[in-house]
Write a protein that binds this ligand. Structure first.
Ligand code: LLP
Length: 431
């Protein structure tokens, strides 16, 4: 069920009209629903409840502390890919032992930080990383719990920029090399080889590629065990897709049934790393129309959000549904429009060729499905303060990340000594 619905002609987030938040906070802003986050998390966690699994929310999808804490209270762990994300998980109240550290390029400093915190698992993605981790951990007198991330050479059939499990992708250890590296890991000081990890991509909309990857991993578990090596844990990654447009992704219960089919007899602890599935449809980006411009061949709806706030359409040609905050009258005439931001790039299109009603300056629109990979990918390109974040909970809401002031944006830069003096204004006319 969506928690962003029209009531008496106005779009609400749970029990709060979005227009009210827009009036009080200004636009653009991200708005998340506690009920949606909770429902999405529980749909996944409950489906897998009998599988001895830990659900580690992938913070890269949405790392706002309030969002993380909402999920932590439901029992979520964290999948992190940097010291920064680990710090966010800890600050939000996720215990370190429920955090897994993924990523191809962990620095030694990050390893040290994670070991000091007592992280639950490192997903190791290369031989040099395993050696470095052994060196760092043994030097600290600690043991790093390791899952080797295997690259199963399976095409996730998703956008090529978010497919991670093909042999040509930078992720994971070549399938053929995994058993030997696992065996070597068992001999390294400071390393506890717990098992294997796999993640083949994001926004997967069919189970086939997951199944193929999991079968490869299961085969490797059997091979390792028959060589006398212990495998007690499998991290099956994230990747389950959501509806942005007309996709029909598998329901978490179908995913769980497939996992049960492929993995149950291996008798391993399981870890899952969903991100988008939990946060994606739990958030919208609310924006206000600045101008409507009729170009030679198109209607442009120019809004106050832009690619610096929501990069996905520009980067992946991603589709986000657009809706006016005031519900169009039944039978209202619709016509084509591009919803574009003010950034000086042709690619700053938030939603291209959509059928929208007549719109004018000041009208509010929402871009749907913006709760994952939205705010986290924002920048201040064109020196625009990124959109603030709001969390709604029933009939209450709060600002969970404030809009950055121009003072703070400008204060990031420093003048070197030789530029301290302000340039002379010589009153010449430009040109
Ligand atoms: N685990 C690992 C190791 C990952 O690399 C990712 C996502 C996840 C879990 C979570 O995947 P999810 O359940 O959210 O699909 N910025 C892109 C998505 C990049 C995903 C990167 N890795 C987008 O906006 O579509």
């Amino acid at each position: 069920m969506s928690h962003f619905t029209y009531r008496d002609g106005a779009l609400f987030a749970e029990d709060i009209p979005l227009a009210r938040i827009a009036g009080e906070v200004g636009t653009p802003f991200y708005c998340y629903s506690t009920a949606a986050l909770t429902e999405n998390y529980l749909a996944f966690a409950d489906a897998l409840a009998d599988l001895n699994g830990l659900v580690c929310f992938a913070l890269k999808a949405n790392s706002n502390l309030a969002v993380i804490r909402t999920l932590a209270r439901l029992g979520a762990g964290a999948d992190v890919v940097s010291e920064g994300e680990l710090r966010q998980a800890l600050a939000a109240g996720i215990p370190a032992h429920k955090a897994v550290f993924s990523g191809v390029g962990k620095t030694r400093t990050e390893m040290e930080f994670a070991l000091t915190a007592g992280i639950g698992q490192f997903n190791v993605e290369s031989a040099p990383e395993l050696d470095a981790l052994s060196h760092v951990a043994s030097g600290m007198g600690k043991t790093a719990i390791v899952a080797l991330r295997v690259n199963p050479d399976v095409d996730a059939q998703t956008h090529h920029k978010i497919a991670t499990g093909r042999s040509e992708d930078k992720f994971g250890i070549a399938y053929e090399d995994s058993a030997a590296l696992y065996a070597r890991g068992e001999t390294l000081p400071g390393i506890d080889m717990a098992g294997l990890a796999v993640h083949i991509g994001s926004q997967l909309i069919s189970l086939g590629p997951f199944r193929a990857a999991f079968q490869r991993v299961a085969g490797l578990v059997r091979e390792l065990r028959s060589a006398g090596l212990g495998v007690r844990r499998l991290d099956l990654g994230g990747g389950l897709g959501i509806v942005y447009d007309s996709e029909e992704p598998p329901h978490p219960t179908d995913y769980a049934a497939m996992v049960r089919d492929e993995m149950a007899d291996l008798d391993c602890e399981l870890v899952f790393e969903p991100g988008r599935l939990i946060a994606g449809n739990a958030g919208v980006l609310v924006t206000r129309v600045i101008f409507v411009k009729h170009g030679a061949s198109k209607r442009f709806v120019i809004v106050d959000a832009a690619m610096n706030d929501l990069l996905r359409p520009s980067l992946y040609d991603a589709h986000h549904g657009v809706e006016p905050v005031i519900e169009p009258a039944p039978g209202a005439a619709l016509s084509r429009a591009d919803v574009v931001g003010p950034i000086c790039e042709t690619g700053d299109v938030l939603a291209g060729s959509r059928d929208l009603p007549a719109l004018e300056d000041g009208d509010l629109l929402v871009l749907r499905s913006a709760g994952a990979y939205g705010a986290v990918m924002a920048s201040s390109y064109n020196t625009r303060p990124p959109a603030p974040e709001i969390l709604v909970n029933g009939d209450q809401y709060d600002v969970i990340r404030a809009r950055q002031s121009y003072d703070i944006l400008l204060a990031r830069d420093r003048m070197p000594d030789w530029l301290k003096e302000t340039p002379r204004d010589d009153h010449r006319d430009p040109g």
